[in-house]
Design a protein around this ligand. Structure first.
Ligand SMILES: C[S@@+](CC[C@H](N)C(=O)[O-])C[C@H]1O[C@@H](n2cnc3c(N)ncnc32)[C@H](O)[C@@H]1O
Length: 310
């Protein structure tokens, strides 16, 4: 538990007796006041005390409130066992959707395969942003965890009014990214865009406990969603990009530069007709590796990239 100055605790207590209990998670009075407001407004009075107690133990706010806003309209239900959608992910997804509007014409169709779909937030955001823009939009999300598949289906239903279109089809199924035969067994084939926010925290970093990760993430969010490294990117490329004649582009979230360089070397070694770039996010972090077939509309994805490897 981080140490907090008595002066800050007293200052917080004068504002509201619950506020000091939010300081370990929130660090500042400003953030603690915001969280207290959400707890009071979104939960019945009977749950306030237990919510404050949980937050004092660093239990994630989204699991307490039960959801997280994502994109312009979506509300993604959150529950233990499923990763909470992150702002970093939301940022690149919104950028990707803007680029897809330029890459595709309204008469086009688009099939997207999302591997490691978790709560479904990425697929649902693409569905929301592009629905009615394209003649046909098919998105298939795949996750190895049944809890995730069930929650993503539920999130699809809960956000139905923002995604509902007879031109858009979104589905979620269970599947393992390490399974070489998964692609050929999928109910929808010929995906031209493959996206993933896979588990990418190297085990050594996860085990160090303080290695950049917040304590509440390690304590309460699923390890399955967090721990992974180069083997994950190798399988994403082998099983869903190289194996897939229709694939014109991919975008993966990453945790560090080494993962970008691995993907770059692996793809440039195997696919001469592809370009690879990387994207640094608004916090200055290496966030994505992006690949696209040269000389097609997906060349426009280079505008998402901070730098390109040829
Ligand atoms: C970082 S989370 C991303 C979740 C969601 N897409 C998001 O952005 O919030 C990674 C997801 O990968 C899933 N996962 C882990 N190992 C997997 C595997 N071998 N095959 C498929 N999915 C896997 C986890 O269950 C988790 O939902």
């Amino acid at each position: 538990m981080p140490r907090i100055s008595p002066r800050l605790i007293l200052e917080a207590y004068k504002i509201h007796p619950y506020l000091p209990y939010l300081l370990p998670a929130c660090k500042t009075i400003f953030q603690a006041k915001l969280e207290l407001g959400w707890i009071i407004n979104e939960l019945p009075v009977s749950k306030h005390k237990s919510a404050i107690k949980k937050r004092f133990r660093l239990y994630p706010l989204q699991y307490i409130l039960g959801n997280q806003p994502f994109g312009s309209n979506l509300k993604i239900e959150c529950k233990k066992g499923v990763l909470i959608p992150r702002a970093d992910t939301e940022e690149w997804c919104m950028e990707l959707c803007k680029k897809l509007r330029k890459i595709k014409n309204p008469n086009d169709s688009l099939k997207v395969l999302e591997i490691c779909s978790g709560s479904g937030c990425i697929s649902l955001l693409i569905g929301e942003q592009l629905k009615d823009y394209l003649a046909e939009l098919d998105i298939l999300g795949v996750d190895v965890s049944q809890i995730c598949v069930d929650l993503s289906q539920k999130n699809l239903e809960l956000n139905h009014k923002y995604i509902n279109s007879n031109k858009t089809l979104i589905n979620f199924i269970k599947g393992d990214l390490f399974n070489k035969d998964l692609l050929s067994s999928l109910p929808i084939q010929n995906h031209e865009l493959v996206i993933s926010n896979p588990p990418y925290i190297p085990l050594e970093e996860y085990n160090v406990y303080h290695g950049g990760l917040e304590k509440s993430v390690i304590k309460y969010e699923p390890r399955l969603a967090l721990v992974g490294n180069l083997e994950v990117y190798k399988s994403l490329l082998d099983n869903f990009v190289f194996n897939n004649k229709s694939c014109k582009s991919f975008i993966f979230e990453v945790g560090n530069k080494k993962q970008i360089e691995f993907v770059r070397d692996y793809i440039l070694f195997k696919k001469f007709s592809w370009n690879v770039g990387y994207r640094i996010d608004s916090n200055g972090q290496y966030r994505n590796v992006v690949g696209w077939q040269r000389d097609c509309n997906y060349d426009l994805l280079q505008k998402m990239c901070t730098s390109i490897y040829n």
